[in-house]
Structure formats: structure tokens, C-alpha cells
Ligand binder design. Structure first.
Ligand code: MTE
Ligand code: MO
Length: 320
């Protein structure tokens, strides 16, 4: 294990100095001032590392030592309170709104070009999949980042179970659609439900990870419970949350962001510090919970695992 730092949640308070932190602190303090009931609600939502799910006893899972970090783990309070989940709002402050999402029962459909189409409940799926913990970096296209202990299983294990046919070239992944709980889904001019996709080669690369927990607990709703993707070599918008449908297809899926603005958010979206977003630089990133900007790495530092996936694809816009 190359981590010599303290665990993220043991970082001293003094590490917490940037704007976001200040904002989150203020919110917490206001919650406390508003009285015990609201305070406990906010605190629960703030960390929201719930352990009252049927599969809670599966956590924490054994850590896979293959994936190591070059920087300390981010304190749990940042990735669980500063979120992108546009179904629940367009700012980062969606924790409370996201608690409206019912995550049990939760049924996942796997179909398309497969030998074994199925519909399976999340807790049955969890019983079949090999859960492990991995320390991953996360790099949002907006140039902020964090490091996190995810729990989950390789997407390759799900692909294996589905038995894709040779005609299948892509896996399309789709978020729940329920405008009654997700207010922004009432805005019909956005391309809901949130959709993402990977090539079969990407989906079966060991780095592609289906996340079901973080910091040793089941995944909080705001982070995409009960099942979200992590593709740490790509910008964060690829890591689709609260998935209900996997479809194996021979057509390249058009993602939510691609259909909104394809010139800024493409299908590949691999991290590259030398390819600026049309409206800002991608050379550095702000690490949540610190006041640091650090250099961004090609493939977010995961080139040794994934660079070869793109050898034959030089004509594609791989980094946008
Ligand atoms: N369904 C859905 N998935 C989503 C998003 C979203 O708005 N809706 N935002 C994406 C973006 S832009 C990022 S950076 C990550 C944020 O994950 P986090 O809130 O757990 O940090 O989720 C991704 N997955
Ligand atoms: Mo993002």
C-alpha cells in the first residue's frame, strides 16, 4: 500500500480552507442553529453514509491493492456534500433534494444484444458480484477533483453475466426517470433520462468500476445510490448515477451532455491537461477540501491501464 497519509476522514480541520469548505461549514452551522431536528437531518444528509440498507452488512469490503493514490484521501464530507446530480438541481447543493429518491426496491434491467437478458433487484445483484474497495481519483470536467474509497465491482463482471453477443459494440447506461422525485426531470427540454455509454473494450477494462458504496458504507443518494459508474480516466460526467438500465447495442449511445453540447462534452471525454475545454483550461484542478490546485495528468494518471484502448482511434476526439 503506497498510501502513507492518514485516512481522509482523519485529516485535520485545518486542511479545510477553500471556498467550498467554507460554504459547507456555514451550511452545517446554520443547520445546527436551526434546532436539533433539522440539525440531525442535515448532519445525516451531510455525511449520509447510511447503513440501513438490506446489503449494508457487505461493507466495508476488502481493499484491492492494485489501485493506489498519489495524494491523501479526501475527507468524506466533501464528496458527499458537493455534488453534480442535475436531476435534483443545477448547483452543487443537492444533498437534501436527493434524499427523495427511493433506492429500495431498485430494479435493474439488462438487455439488448445479450444472451442473458434479465431484470434483477439491486440486492440480488450485489450477492452475485465480487465487492471490493478501490482508491480512485475523480476529475470533473469543471476542473475540481477528489480522491475516494469506492466500494463496488468491476463492470466486466456484469458484462460477463449478461453474455453479450458479438454484435454488441457498446454498453449504454441509463439513470432512473421519475419527475415526481427529481424536480429537474420536469424540464422536458433537457434530454432526460441521463444516459452514458462505453465501448465494450472500455467496459471490460478492469478500471471501469460499478460503485455501490463509499468510505466503507453503502453509497449515499446524492452520490448516485444504489449503483453508479466510475471511469476515473474520463471526466466525471461519464460516471452516470443511479442506473436502472444497461443496454448492449451496436449503436454508439448519445449521452446527456453530448446531446446538449457535443462540441464541449463528447463521447470519449478522456482526461487530458493539454486539451482545454472551449471555455476554460484543463491544465490544473482544484482538490476538494484543500486550497491546492495541482497539475492534471493525462488519462487522470491512469494511462498505464487504459492508454492502449485508444491506439487505433487517433482520428476520434478522444479528449473532449
Ligand atoms: N444521473 C446523473 N449522473 C451524473 C451526473 C448527473 O447530473 N446525473 N453528474 C455527473 C458529473 S458532471 C459528475 S462530476 C459526477 C459527480 O459525482 P459526485 O457528485 O458523486 O461527485 O457525477 C456524474 N454523474
Ligand atoms: Mo462533472
Amino acid at each position: 500500500m503506497l498510501i502513507r497519509h492518514k485516512k481522509g476522514w482523519e485529516l485535520p480541520e485545518s486542511a479545510a480552507t477553500d471556498e467550498t469548505v467554507f460554504h459547507d461549514r456555514r451550511r452545517l452551522i446554520q443547520g445546527l442553529a436551526a434546532g436539533p431536528i433539522l440539525a440531525s437531518g442535515l448532519l445525516r444528509a451531510g455525511t449520509a453514509l447510511a447503513d440501513d440498507y438490506p446489503s449494508a452488512s457487505l461493507y466495508p469490503a476488502k481493499r484491492n491493492p492494485r489501485y493506489t493514490l498519489d495524494r491523501p484521501l479526501t475527507d468524506a464530507k466533501y464528496p458527499t456534500t458537493y455534488n453534480n446530480f442535475y436531476e435534483f438541481g443545477t448547483d452543487k447543493d443537492i444533498v437534501k433534494a436527493a434524499q427523495a429518491l427511493p433506492v429500495r426496491p431498485w430494479t435493474i434491467k439488462i438487455d439488448g444484444m445479450v444472451d442473458k437478458p434479465m431484470t434483477i433487484g439491486i440486492d440480488d445483484l450485489l450477492k452475485k458480484m465480487p465487492l471490493e474497495e478501490r482508491l480512485y481519483r475523480h476529475r470533473c470536467v469543471e476542473a475540481w477533483s477528489f480522491t475516494v474509497p469506492w466500494t463496488g465491482f468491476p463492470l466486466a463482471a456484469l458484462v460477463d453475466m449478461a453474455k453479450p453477443q458479438s454484435s454488441a459494440k457498446y454498453v449504454k447506461m441509463v439513470t432512473f426517470m421519475d419527475p415526481k422525485v427529481a424536480p429537474e426531470q420536469n424540464k422536458f427540454f433537457y434530454p432526460w433520462p441521463y444516459t452514458e455509454g462505453l465501448t465494450m473494450a472500455e467496459a471490460t477494462n478492469d478500471l471501469a468500476f460499478m460503485v455501490t458504496g463509499m468510505y466503507g458504507k453503502p453509497l449515499p443518494k446524492q452520490d448516485g445510490a444504489p449503483l453508479r459508474l466510475a471511469t476515473p480516466w474520463k471526466y466525471g460526467f461519464k460516471s452516470v448515477k443511479s442506473i436502472t438500465h444497461f443496454e448492449f447495442t451496436d449503436k454508439r449511445p448519445v449521452s446527456y451532455w453530448e446531446s446538449l453540447q457535443s462540441s464541449e462534452y463528447g463521447f470519449w471525454a478522456n482526461v487530458n491537461p493539454e486539451v482545454p475545454h472551449p471555455r476554460w483550461s484543463q491544465a490544473t484542478e482544484r482538490v476538494l477540501g484543500t486550497d491546492q490546485r495541482v497539475p492534471t495528468l493525462l488519462y487522470n494518471g491512469y494511462g498505464e491501464f487504459v492508454a492502449s484502448l485508444y491506439d487505433g482511434l487517433k482520428g476520434e476526439k478522444l479528449f473532449m
